[in-house]
Design a protein around this ligand. Structure first.
Ligand SMILES: *Cc1c(COP(=O)(O)O)cnc(C)c1O
Length: 361
């Protein structure tokens, strides 16, 4: 088997044992004679898969009983619409914290549905681009909710503190950091994540919503985006993305066997320290994010001599290190090092970076 280390930001690499199991079960799932893809979502067999996936996610994230877990269509951006449709009641406004391109996009989508107060929290400090501490955010007192993005996938900016909102429901787009570190779910009103970064294949979004936030959707909300309707139907109001749900379940099982979120968080810490150190200790590569906001999952970096970009990418590719090209809006390189990326992958990248710098210098 030839295998590369895939640093794609999303859809991202999946754990090899997960894909091996999916492959083994593909044609004849648990002796049903069918693929799990071919089973009715209402069959006992699929319902068991679906329930187990939810139970495992609840265990991994220690989700309290007063939260519903929804398996939805439409990815992360689907939730950019679903959140205001479900939570932004008439006559209210919502605060949108902007710390990078995804939170900006979420704010601009929400404007289609109601009053939005955009709060830009990016600052330039001596150590680089960072985010103001949440105590300095100019929040609106009676906002319907506060939306933010803990990890900006494109910009490589992470907010590690959970903002204090004085009782206003906190909504977080955790698409690129869910399950990467322990979080206290009880501090959030809604958590959502597109699956294709840290959970499974694309096409699925996970929504974790506190019970008291249900039953407020505006009347024109499409049924398949209505949290209450989805919750009341066990995420099977319409046919859910069954195969993605099944694969997400395999990823949860893999993570549990590995020792859970606490354990993977240590590995993630180790991986990111290794990579940032390699960048900081060279005068060949740079990263412009202030240390306290450096993402553990998405590490952008630039070659000081940008003329070498395409040579770097070509040689990396030849060395089995793929998808390192930075997002078109920021340029340079980006290494996405989600849960499925082993430490050995980051080590291989760091070794390659050192060798490349030496050889072209
Ligand atoms: C990838 C991503 C999205 C968009 O997800 P889609 O499934 O493509 O809609 C939204 N927010 C964040 C933080 C992301 O990383």
């Amino acid at each position: 088997m030839t295998k590369v280390f895939n640093f794609c930001a999303g859809p991202a690499m999946l754990p090899i044992p997960v894909m091996a199991k999916a492959q083994q079960e593909m044609v004849n799932w648990q002796n049903t004679g069918c693929s799990v893809m071919e089973l009715s979502h209402r069959s006992n067999e699929f319902v068991a898969v679906a329930k187990q996936a939810e139970a495992d996610l609840r265990e991994l994230m220690a989700i309290p009983d007063n939260y519903k877990v929804l398996f939805c269509h439409g990815g992360g951006r689907g939730q950019f619409s679903a959140v205001p449709l479900n939570l932004l009641a008439q006559g209210k406004s919502a605060d949108y914290i902007v710390s990078g391109s995804w939170s900006k996009a979420a704010a601009s989508e929400a404007k289609n549905f109601g009053d939005v107060n955009v709060i830009d929290v990016v600052t330039n400090t001596e150590q680089g681009k960072g985010v103001q501490p949440s105590s300095q955010w100019r929040l609106t007192k009676d906002a319907a909710y506060i939306h933010y993005c803990p990890n900006e996938t494109v910009d490589g900016i992470e907010i590690f503190e959970v903002p204090e909102t004085k009782g206003v429901p906190l909504v977080a787009d955790m698409s690129s950091m869910i399950l990467s570190q322990e979080i206290d779910v009880s501090k959030f009103g809604v958590i959502y994540a597109g699956a294709q970064k840290n959970i499974g294949p694309s096409g699925l979004a996970i929504v974790i919503v506190r019970d008291d936030l249900l039953n407020q959707a505006i009347s024109t909300t499409p049924s398949i985006m209505n949290y209450t309707l989805i919750a009341n139907n066990g995420s099977m109001y319409n046919t859910p993305p069954t195969y993605a749900w099944y694969l997400a379940g395999l990823v949860f099982e893999w993570l549990k066997e590995l020792g859970g979120v606490k354990k993977i968080a240590q590995v993630n810490q180790e991986k990111s320290v290794l990579l940032y150190k390699a960048i900081d200790q060279s005068d060949f590569y740079t990263n412009n994010i202030a240390e306290q906001n450096r993402s553990l999952m998405n590490v952008p970096f630039w070659l000081v001599n940008e003329e070498l970009n395409s040579e770097f990418l070509a040689q990396a590719e030849a060395a089995g290190l793929t998808a390192l090209k930075g997002h078109r809006s920021v340029g340079g390189m980006r290494a996405s090092i989600y849960n499925a990326m082993p430490l050995a992958g980051v080590q291989a990248l760091v070794d390659f970076m050192k060798k490349f710098a030496q050889e072209v210098n």
